[in-house]
Each structure stands twice: as structure tokens, then as C-alpha cells.
Design a protein around this ligand. Structure first.
Ligand SMILES: [Zn+2]
Length: 451
């Protein structure tokens, strides 16, 4: 059975009844705190009215400031923080069947890639099932929009994840992943050319969902030749096709691009695509961001990770209009804080780069039943002590911008229709509600779900 948008197995239980038939025309939610990317109210309240079958915001503010209309239904949540539903800008829902796996960072990144290659599904029905599970996990994690990588088993473009995402209530982009380096350069260009010319429009039409776009993902600088990147970027820019790539993720990538050596070269050898022409483009001392800079000038990319990012390259990312999807828990899981150093996301934000949050796949998460950036927000709040507004900006509007979504569904202001509202439990005894909310480990509850 294939679920359709709004089908019960994807629709979570909500604390506020959906505005359909019979019930009140208005609802007032009062909570310990109401917060979005711009401001927070403690204790806060949000007044919504029914409009075209959805809840639309009439007022948001401190509880003492909000008028209480006569005919309103009141929901008191004194032990909850209300925030907008979240955007996960980088994930791999087609790996959900693998589940979380413990990993020793000392074993290196390529040994982990081997685990993923061995676990990757090939059958489209099985891939679709994994993506469905991932959509369910995402919604349990408080996610309403995703940038999902549709992986390429046996290096074949695979449509099943995009079709599955389009059948779900989630918004976002399904990015079709591909490889192309050394011996596989010519076939990659030929395949993508044919895809854009002959298959793209049909696939978009069969997705028939205005909330999910179809993008492309050249995998990474160590698996895609810069000439293939150039070609794809021009072709995608001409058609307005969104692009993402993994960039500056590991030290192995840095070594490969700078020297043409290391375990990433070994991997290309192992899969049979290495040829010495690769050394025309890599092995000349460049950093991965420097290496990709001429490509980023052709089209704005959503760059995943960017863990290895010296400040001298911030200008390239900013001026080319790139966004960075920082996968905070993945960064720790792979041991990057010790290997590469702390992620410079705050300095990137200060310099004007649009930094959002991603989870990467469930394989590297510490939450076995859910996929969402709420747990990355908690991770960053605990480790770095960032403000609620900064973290909520990265988890909502910055992700929306990176995926080309309208930000109004994530901003709690009068006149907006939120795509969803989450209710986060608070640790009792902690005086500040936000501190109390990030101290907890449970899944969020949905107060409102109206994608
Ligand atoms: Zn990834």
C-alpha cells in the first residue's frame, strides 16, 4: 500500500484539534514559552483563528498582552515550549532501514562508507519502504521539511525516494545523487544530460506535489570530477534545478584534493573508476572549497557539512549564495571536533553565510526512532550555549531559505499560517523554559500539523 498525503499513518496526533467542522473558530495556546527565529515570549501565548480550513495566527505575545476573545477555546500548556516545526536541510531517508550504528572515528571515514555501501538497498520497492520509514521518523522528530538525498545504488540515478517524498506530507527537495570521476566522467555527463532533457519533466509531473521539488546532488569533490560539476551546474542553473553537494566534510577529502592520495583515492581504485587523468584536477595543493569555487560561481549550492572551512574561504561561500547545512551530531559522531576542530558555524553566520541544520542519515544519530534537527539544536545548546533565536533560525528559516521554501510557514507572526507547531517538554525545576526544554531527550509533540 502506498500512503498519500494526509494519510493517517503520516499524520501525527496533535494537541490542538485540526480546524475542521463543528469546533471553535479560535484557539488560544498558552505555554511556558512561545519562540521562533526572531523572538521569544515567556510565558507566551498564540491566538489562532480558522481560515480556509487551517489555523492562522492572529496574535503572538506575552500572555499578559494577548486579548482573550469570548468564543475562544483555550489550551494551557504551562510545561511546554512552543516552537515552529523544523527544517532538516540534509538527510538520507533511504538509509533509514540501517538504523543507528556505533562507529569508532579512529577507523576513518572510508571504513564507514564501506558499511553504507554494503547496506544500501537496490530494489526500488525496498528503497521506497526505507524512505517511508524515514518520513515517519522525520515527523516523529518534529520535521516538516527536508533536503533529502536520493542515493544512487550501483551508481544508478534512483527515482523511488523522490516519488515517495512527494506522496508524504513533508515539504522540501529530493536531490538525486550521482557520481562521476575518472573512468565514469563521460557516462555521468551523458546520463545527466539525458535525464534533464528527457526524464526530468516527466518525473516532476508524476510527483504532482507543489511542495516537493526535484534537485540534483553531485555527491562530493572526491567522487565527482570538477568538469562534471561544471557541466551539471550550468545545465541545472539553466533549468532552475536546485543543487546540493557534500563539501569539505573530512580530512580524507582534504588530503585527496590537495595531494591526490589517501583512502579516498583507494576507494576510487577499489570501485574501478580511478585513472591518472584525475590527477590533472586534484593533487595540486588546493583546499576542497578552493577546488570547487569556480563551480559554486555557476550556481548556488546547498553545501552539506563544510566542517573543514578556514575563514579565508567564507567569502567564496557567501558571495556565491551558497548555504551550509551543518550536521551537528554527525560532526561529533565522526570525531571531527578532535580531528578538524570545532565547526565554524557561528563565524560563518556572522560573516553572512546562510547556515542551516541537517541530521545526515539515521546511521549517525543517537535517536533510533526519530530523525530531526531538534536533537541537533539540543546538542548545540548543551555544548555551545547558543541562544534559542540563533538555533531556531538555523532550524527553521535558514533551512527554508536553503531549500527555496517560503519562510512564512516558520515565522510566528500575525497573518502567517504555520506549517506546524511543536510542543517541547520542559525539565521541571529549571526556571528558564528554554533551558528546561533543551535538557530533555524526548521526541517533541505536535501542537499543530498543517503542511
Ligand atoms: Zn550526507
Amino acid at each position: 500500500m502506498t500512503p498519500n498525503p494526509g494519510q493517517p499513518d503520516f499524520v501525527p496526533k496533535t494537541l490542538v484539534n485540526p480546524p475542521s467542522g463543528g469546533g471553535s473558530e479560535r484557539v488560544l495556546v498558552r505555554a511556558a514559552m512561545v519562540a521562533d527565529a526572531h523572538r521569544s515570549h515567556t510565558p507566551g501565548a498564540i491566538l489562532m483563528s480558522r481560515h480556509d480550513g487551517r489555523w492562522r495566527i492572529e496574535e503572538v505575545g506575552d500572555q499578559t498582552e494577548i486579548r482573550i476573545p469570548e468564543d475562544v477555546e483555550i489550551l494551557d500548556l504551562p510545561d511546554r515550549v512552543i516552537i515552529p516545526a523544523l527544517v532538516n536541510a540534509h538527510t538520507h531517508l533511504d538509509l533509514t532501514h540501517i538504523g543507528p550504528i556505533a562507529h569508532d572515528p579512529e577507523e576513518g571515514f572510508v571504513s564507514w562508507v564501506d558499511i553504507i555501501r554494503a547496506g544500501r538497498l537496490i530494489d526500488p520497492d525496498e528503497i521506497a519502504r526505507a524512505v517511508r520509514d524515514g518520513i515517519g521518523c522525520s515527523i516523529r522528530g518534529g520535521t516538516i521539511a527536508v533536503g533529502d538525498i536520493a542515493g544512487a545504488p550501483r551508481t544508478e540515478l534512483t527515482f523511488a525516494p523522490a516519488l515517495e517524498l512527494a506522496r508524504s506530507p513533508l515539504h522540501g527537495v529530493s536531490f538525486l545523487e550521482f557520481f562521476g570521476i575518472g573512468k565514469s566522467c563521460a557516462s555521468a555527463i551523458e546520463r545527466i544530460t539525458r535525464f534533464i532533457a528527457e526524464e526530468y519533466d516527466d518525473l516532476v509531473e508524476s510527483m504532482s506535489n507543489p511542495n516537493v521539488r526535484l534537485g540534483l546532488s553531485p555527491h562530493a569533490t572526491n567522487t565527482v570530477d570538477v568538469d562534471v560539476y561544471r557541466f551539471i551546474s550550468r545545465a541545472a542553473a539553466a533549468r532552475g534545478i536546485p543543487l546540493t553537494t557534500h563539501l569539505a566534510e573530512t580530512l580524507e577529502e582534504r588530503e585527496f584534493i590537495a595531494n591526490g592520495t589517501g583512502t579516498q583515492r583507494g576507494l576510487l581504485d577499489k570501485v574501478g573508476v580511478w585513472d591518472d587523468s584525475i590527477l590533472d584536477r586534484v593533487g595540486h595543493g588546493a583546499h576542497p572549497i578552493e577546488h570547487l569555487a569556480p563551480v559554486l560561481e555557476l550556481a548556488p549550492y546547498l553545501c552539506a557539512h563544510v566542517n573543514d572551512a578556514p575563514e579565508r574561504f567564507f567569502g567564496v561561500l557567501r558571495e556565491t549564495g551558497c548555504s551550509v547545512a551543518f550536521c551537528a551530531r554527525a560532526h561529533s559522531y565522526f570525531g571531527h571536533p578532535a580531528k578538524i576542530g570545532r565547526h565554524p558555524y557561528r563565524a560563518m553566520l556572522d560573516s553572512g553565510i546562510n547556515v542551516c541544520l541537517g541530521t545526515d542519515s539515521i546511521v549517525n544519530l543517537d535517536t533510533h526512532d526519530r530523525i530531526g534537527v531538534l536533537d541537533d539544536i539540543r546538542h548545540l545548546a548543551r555544548h555551545d550555549g547558543c541562544s534559542s533565536q540563533l538555533l531556531l533560525a538555523m532550524g527553521t528559516i535558514n533551512g527554508a531559505k536553503a531549500l527555496g521554501l517560503n519562510t512564512s510557514g516558520f515565522e510566528l507572526v500575525r497573518g502567517n499560517t504555520p506549517l506546524g507547531l511543536l510542543a517541547l517538554p520542559i525539565d521541571p525545576g529549571v526556571p528558564d523554559p528554554w533551558t528546561g526544554a533543551i535538557a530533555r531527550d524526548e521526541a517533541p509533540e505536535w501542537a499543530v500539523f498543517q503542511p
